[in-house]
Write a protein that binds this ligand. Structure first.
Ligand SMILES: [Zn+2]
Length: 486
């Protein structure tokens, strides 16, 4: 299998031709959510972008094994093995069991992903379901000499690792800078080196989520779960590892070190990172109070929004920026995306209503090639969308009788829109534009036709004007009456 797909690899900092290790199989691992609170919009963007990537790989006929984990244990508040356990803290706050917290927010996450029309991964492993695999991996890293145990906690020995491998290979940061930005070890600290991180953490007696291990009861460090689960389901070396850009410096850097120390190989051939979501130009974060939850967007219950937006309009908004660019969130940008999405999906619904001609005024071959070229250039969805608006222009023009298209052209247009709008971008007609709406409108249009037959023009005009006032335009032609959204 040969495609012209190029992927920007964070490891090499260049776009590389995509050549999977075992074509047509592709192993894709994406770091999933930590399910201790509602998933916020920045996380949603990451998962929607990887959904686009997953969908395009499927479209290219790769057999993709997509693994996205659920972090349901072992994530402490601080990135350097300090602070409270996120699940235990939330469980105390909500007066629930930690696993009730996990269940509640896992279900919420799945609901949101469904609303965004994201395809589910093939495997969604949990950290608590893979404690044995994580313990085995820690044992192997200890055996290989890249870790040490102190009083029931096992640390990865970054200094030892650095003597043989490039620890900062992913971000290309200087080790000295890294050390400078890391706190001095206090007198009580068990770590030998400032950059060392925990593979296994000894549990305090009151800690609810703990498991027996060769080093006493404890729980896994956060980074080890992804190494253990990716190698279990995708092998020690696989094709693509992805996640948010904020994970590269610590979490993914440590994943690479763990896999090298355990299996003596780089885990992933291509590392892909999505950029941040900003709000009116500043980074979205809970502490700044500009964090959005998906339901606030759908209902419009956020002070920065003038109204609610549908999940498909928000998905379209996300797709309008390249996954490696920042995406700035504002009411105006959402408003513009909402209009754009409606234009696109409205043109899609007109496809069934186009009248073929004997001659052709359009060149779909070059348009189709440009759509593939956009996606092959590191999944460039904004360029793809710009090309699709060329298709929208053609569809509207054929519908209005200004441009001629043969029945073959119309079939090609349908294929193009099905492939890129529905399959690759993952957009769909929303419920109010769906079949139910179509059936209801057909019913109203029939009532109007009857009124016209009975010369009851007052009623037929009332229906036409009434529908127009709610954004539905009727057009009478020889074959009958058609409708479209305006
Ligand atoms: Zn991860």
């Amino acid at each position: 299998m040969d495609s012209n797909l190029y992927i920007y690899n964070t490891l090499s900092r260049t776009k590389e031709k995509f050549e999977p290790l075992h074509p047509p199989l592709v192993g894709l691992y994406v770091c999933g959510p930590t399910v201790y609170s509602d998933v916020h919009l920045g996380n949603c963007r990451t998962f929607v972008m990887f959904d686009l990537i997953f969908r395009y790989l499927l479209h290219l006929d790769y057999k993709v094994r997509y693994v996205r984990n659920i972090t349901d244990a072992g994530h402490l508040e601080g990135d350097m093995d300090e602070g409270d356990d996120k699940f235990a803290k939330k469980a105390r706050l909500e007066q629930l069991e930690p696993m009730e917290i996990v269940q509640k927010y896992t279900l919420g996450f799945h609901d949101v992903m469904r609303l965004f029309n994201a395809l589910p991964p093939g495997i969604e492993p949990t950290a608590t379901g893979h404690i044995i695999e994580q313990i085995e991996m820690v044992k192997q890293i200890l055996n290989n000499g890249y870790a040490y145990e102190v009083n029931g906690t096992v640390y990865f020995d970054v200094e030892k690792y650095c003597k043989e491998f490039n620890y900062t290979i992913l971000t290309n940061r200087q080790l000295d800078d890294l050390l400078e930005n890391t706190r001095e070890l206090g007198g009580q600290n068990e770590k030998r080196g400032r950059l060392d991180f925990a593979l296994w953490i000894k549990a305090k007696p009151e800690h609810i989520m703990q498991w027996p291990s060769p080093w006493g009861t404890g729980f896994p460090g956060w980074h080890i779960e992804c190494s253990a689960m990716s190698s279990k389901y995708l092998g020690n070396s696989f094709d693509i590892h992805g996640g948010g850009m904020d994970l590269a410096a610590t979490h993914h850097t440590n994943e690479i070190a763990q896999s090298q120390a355990c299996h003596h190989v780089q885990p992933a051939k291509y590392w892909m990172h999505t950029n941040m979501l900003t709000v009116n130009g500043t980074r979205m974060s809970k502490s700044k109070g500009n964090g959005f939850l998906p339901h606030e967007l759908f209902t419009g219950s956020h002070e920065l929004l003038s109204r609610g937006y549908s999940s498909m309009s928000v998905r379209f908004f996300m797709l309008q920026a390249h996954y490696r660019s920042t995406l700035d969130f504002s009411n105006e940008a959402l408003e513009a995306s909402d209009k754009g999405f409606k234009r696109l999906i409205n043109a899609y619904s007109l496809l069934e209503k186009l009248n073929p001609s004997h001659k052709s005024d359009i060149d779909l071959k070059s348009l189709t090639e440009r759509c593939y070229a956009a996606m092959n250039d590191d999944f460039n969805s904004p360029v793809l969308i710009a090309e699709l608006f060329e298709a929208v222009h053609i569809i509207n023009s054929v519908y209005d009788g200004k441009t001629a298209a043969t029945s073959d052209d119309i079939e090609e247009l349908k294929k193009l829109m099905d492939n890129f709008v529905i399959d690759v971008l993952g957009l769909k007609q929303e419920s109010n534009q769906s079949d139910d709406m179509g059936k209801l409108l057909d019913f109203i249009i029939n009532l109007r036709s009857e009124a016209k037959v009975n010369k009851d023009y007052a009623t037929s005009d009332k229906i036409r004007i009434g529908l127009n006032s709610i954004g539905i335009q009727l057009k009478d032609n020889k074959e009958g009456t058609t409708w479209n959204k305006i």
